[in-house]
Ligand binder design. Structure first.
Ligand SMILES: Cc1ncc(C[n+]2csc(CCOP(=O)(O)OP(=O)(O)O)c2C)c(N)n1
Ligand SMILES: [Mg+2]
Length: 272
């Protein structure tokens, strides 16, 4: 699937609407992160990833790891729109017995590649997958969406060290630099200043982009694929709550679902 920029921007907006509808139905969940990541997930599922929704375990597929598992509603929306499962399943988010758990459950949905939720673990999984692919001389890429909150975890930096040691140039991190975490702004809770330089010092190739700009997202991902000899990170500056004026840049929307009234207002703003 190779959609053009206009189609991808439209898709991102549709995914944002899906997220709002899913969350209001669930009555709980994470809003800000998923809305901020809509452009990146539209780019991944509808332009960048080599994948087959009808055959999720296709051996040659690119792997997409989601380390910050709590933002999974945006992934479910992209998967449904791409044809992995019916759109009607989106309404089952967070329900007992649903395949769409609030944090990704591999047992319930193997197309997710792995379970996640405990911050920092998914990056290690991604490094392991990339190393395994190298050892087996496989040609696919391993993408990993990770959050700025996850950069507070020691395990994240162990994974970063390891990826550099093995020169995993089949590994591409997309780091959601939205400046918020569960109970405040990242720079207040645990300053992450010079994140770009930190990754460089760990011998990674680093790009910095506006993570809500489709042109920049595609250019950075294509560039990352071409760089040889080291792992790659795209530090994507996104706006948490993007597209809904009363949610944008508000950390209070990290883990809160909209009320029916708020959802209606949000959907009016997100109208295509
Ligand atoms: C190891 C671990 N510690 C704490 C949590 C609780 N937790 C869930 S999300 C979150 C905030 C993380 O920040 P970020 O991923 O940047 O969130 P967002 O940008 O979506 O607000 C925390 C502390 C967790 N899931 N895992
Ligand atoms: Mg964050």
């Amino acid at each position: 699937m190779k959609n053009n920029i206009k189609q991808l921007e439209k898709m991102a907006n549709t995914l944002r609407q899906d997220v709002i509808r899913m969350l209001v139905e669930a009555g709980s969940g994470h809003t800000a992160g998923p809305l901020g990541l809509a452009d990146i997930f539209a780019a991944l599922y509808f332009n960048v990833l080599k994948h087959n929704p009808k055959n999720p375990k296709w051996e040659q597929r690119d792997r997409l790891c989601l380390s910050c598992g709590h933002v999974v509603p945006i992934r479910y929306a992209a998967m449904a729109r791409a044809g992995y499962f019916p759109l009607s399943w989106l309404k089952t988010l967070r329900k007992l017995g649903s395949k769409l758990q609030g944090h990704p459950s591999y047992q319930d949905m193997p197309a997710l590649e792995h379970s996640s939720g405990p911050l920092g673990q998914g990056v290690s999984v991604a490094v392991g997958m990339a190393l395994a692919a190298k050892m087996k001389k496989q040609k696919h890429f391993v993408y990993c969406v990770t959050s700025d909150g996850e950069q507070d975890e020691g395990e994240t930096w162990e994974a970063i060290l390891c990826a550099a040691k093995y020169k995993l140039d089949n590994l591409i991190f997309i780091l959601d630099r939205n400046m918020i975490q569960i109970d405040g702004f990242t720079e207040k809770i645990m300053p992450l200043t010079h994140l770009h330089e930190k990754y460089q010092a760990f011998r990674w190739h680093v790009q910095k982009i506006d993570g809500n700009n489709m042109k920049q997202i595609l250019a950075a991902l294509n560039n990352a694929k071409r760089i040889k000899g080291k792992p790659k990170v795209i530090v994507a500056h996104t706006i948490p709550g993007k597209g809904v004026s009363f949610m944008e840049n508000k950390w209070e929307w990290h883990g809160k679902a909209p009320t029916v009234e708020e959802a209606n207002r949000a959907l009016i703003e997100l109208k295509n």
